[in-house]
Design a binder for this molecule. Structure first.
Ligand code: FES
Ligand code: FE
Length: 445
């Protein structure tokens, strides 16, 4: 009962509009894509002490993420095994146990069922507590980030990440290259958009083409690029190339700048705040020393399939799309700062991130408008005679890119391109039952 593979003919760069609008496809996605993928749920810095917990989402499923007395991190389905009530009703806190507000079953922060009202009178002492603990996810910790899946079939987290690990690791390490270099700014920013979750995901898979949407920010000179009044594709091509790096095996993608030389000068973006500027200048030169030639590559951001986008290089954030309905998505944003940075840097970044992102930020409101409006275009009966078009710069991507730092699984295109989006939808189609492989598709063009 998989969808017609022709719906996503990624080899032709064309995608049927129904994948953004149909309820049936949405339900299948929940089962076959979200149900079988590793999903980001949060960051260890949210639960530094034993007993700390926070609630999050693994796709459509609410979860409680806990740090237990043995310092282990658990991801528990926030659904009472008695009759379905959420056992945790707070966003975060510290607790050894959760008592369900409906009939009072009590679960330890490891998920074990520890308290059962009327245990002997009602159940004759026979209810098997082992069997009725909270449903536990498989958990992976990656440089501070926490990932979970309820699937027994999904491969290990490392296997599903593949060479994308190179990109994600650099992001999670932060500017100082520490093993676990970032911490979250207190609080997760949440808002709802009237749009399919895939519009946000694919946009962050390297849609540099939409730079035109953010013209106003460029014009007033508030873009971090400092490219006042210019598009990103007009950037100084003498000093760097834009690479769209996709990892077809997992459907992940990253946007990377490739500089001509490793020893490039620091470009000041914080001149008005000397202490902040000094921190970033210092981090820049230390990074060059640490990485040598590899420092030519600068990881700007990307996506971890299916529903996570990250931004790095000075605006560390993770955006998660929580699918609620074909045309309804919650957006959750974690903002990060380098753990070891001085407070002035943390404050400056917090102010910058709030001005830049979120529904009231200078940039993200443009995107929200785009995705909600494109949703209307996806739902239009009349528009459905034409598919969505993802053919930009098709047929240019190549394997075995000469930069070894991108990993062997990297499939790369240069410049403004819809390459990474095509790879995203190929992976999506693969999981949905329409098996298409990037190499075969590229060969058939
Ligand atoms: Fe939780 Fe009944 S639903 S105790
Ligand atoms: Fe945008």
């Amino acid at each position: 009962d998989s969808i017609d593979p022709r719906l996503v003919a990624a080899g032709s760069g064309l995608i049927d509009r129904s994948i953004f609008a149909d309820q049936e496809i949405f339900e299948q996605e929940m089962r076959d894509v979200y149900g079988k993928s590793w999903l980001f749920v949060g960051h260890t810095s949210q639960i530094p002490d034993k007993g700390d917990y926070f609630v999050s989402q693994a796709g459509r499923d609410a979860v409680v993420v806990t740090r237990d007395a043995d310092d282990r991190i658990n991801v528990l389905l926030n659904v009472c095994t008695h009759r379905g009530m959420p056992v945790c009703r707070y966003d975060k806190g510290n607790a050894k146990r959760f008592t369900c507000p409906y009939h009072g079953w009590t679960f330890a922060n490891t998920g074990d069922l520890t308290g059962l009202p009327l245990s002997s009178e009602g159940y004759g002492g026979k209810l098997d507590r082992k069997q009725w603990g909270l449903i536990k996810a498989r958990v992976a910790i990656f440089h501070g980030s926490i990932w979970a899946t309820f699937s027994d079939e999904a491969p290990s987290f490392d296997d599903s990440l593949g060479d994308m690990a190179l990109m994600l690791r650099e992001f999670m390490q932060g500017p100082d290259g520490e093993d676990d270099g970032l911490e979250t700014i207190e609080g997760i920013l949440k808002y709802e958009i009237h749009s399919n979750w895939k519009f946000g995901a694919e946009n962050n898979a390297g849609d540099l083409y939409h730079d035109v949407s953010h013209n106003s920010v460029q014009r007033v000179g508030l873009a971090l690029s400092g490219l006042r009044g210019r598009h990103v594709w007009d950037a100084d091509k003498q000093t760097f190339k834009i690479l769209n790096v996709a990892y077809p095996a997992g459907g992940h993608a990253a946007r990377v700048s490739l500089y001509d030389k490793a020893g490039r000068d620091y470009q000041s973006q914080w001149a008005m705040l000397p202490e902040v500027d000094e921190y970033f200048r210092d981090a820049h030169y230390k990074r060059q020393e640490r990485l040598g030639e590899q420092g030519r590559i600068l990881n700007r951001g990307g996506i971890v399939f299916p529903n996570i986008a990250y931004n790095s290089a000075g605006r560390w954030q993770i955006t998660m799309w929580v699918p609620r309905a074909p045309n309804r998505t919650e957006v959750w944003k974690w903002y990060f700062v380098p753990k070891s940075a001085p407070q002035a840097v943390k404050d400056a970044l917090r102010h910058y991130l709030l001005r830049y992102g979120g529904p009231t930020g200078m940039v993200e409101q443009d995107d929200i408008e785009n995705w909600a409006s494109a949703q209307i275009g996806a739902e239009s009966e009349a528009a459905r005679r034409l598919p969505m078009n993802y053919t930009l710069h098709m047929g240019h991507a190549q394997w075995a890119w000469p930069e070894p730092w991108l990993g062997e699984g990297a499939y790369v295109d240069e410049g403004v391109s819809e390459h990474a989006q095509r790879v995203f939808y190929q992976r999506w189609a693969e999981m949905m039952g329409g098996v298409v492989h990037a190499r075969e598709l590229e060969a058939s063009l």
